[in-house]
Design a protein around this ligand. Sequence first.
Ligand code: ZN
Length: 254
Amino acid sequence: MIQVHMFPCLKDNYGYLVHDAEANVTAAIDTPDVPAIRRALEEKEWRLTHILNTHHHSDHAGGNLELKAQTGCQIIGPGADAERIPGIDISVGDGDEFRLGHHRVQVFDTPGHTRGHIVYLLPDDGIAFVGDTLFSLGCGRLFEGTAAQMWSSLQKLLAWPDATLLYCAHEYTQANGQFASTLEPQNPDLVARLAEVHDSRAAGRPTVPTTLAQEKATNPFLRPTSAELKISVGLPDAPPVEVFARTRELKDAF
Ligand SMILES: [Zn+2]
């Protein structure tokens, strides 16, 4: 069995520890906040053995060297961006598979937010760590990639089983929902999700993880074939990649 311990840190990041008790292996997914990660390790009485980086941004890889110095852990990250991942030991990329303890981990290149962004799927556990590629009701900003690249990245996630639990790196759901509701106000799944998100946040609860099924039903960036959304963005007859690109532009200006 794999255990996932999540904890909020910085302004709106989530830190994650992934633990295989049988193998006594613990991975931090990215290193947003060293003190928060250390507190979480102490609280769980887990020893850090790995860091799995999704991309180079400082709120994802900024704590790598300090944690590696303190624990001697091994750092796994995107080979396409190895020079920007501090302390990287093992470079991975699209199609690679490795084991974390006894658990299979599959790697997918998802360029768009950054050119080297990768995500990690644990197919036998039905969980994935998607960094800043996908958020609940949103997706990452295109800092280093094109809309076409990001759309092709998101299609890799869309091929996963619907029940896959998606652990995103930020709590952005409420703000994302305000934008989503301008595009698909008639989408009943979105209306229900927004109410649930409102209640969760009012009670101080996270809205993450989400499921792929839920995002397919509600996330405007995964819905460029929705008739209502296509009309809302002014492209009723455009192909998905163009609808996606326009949706991203509208969100940037929202
Ligand atoms: Zn980022």
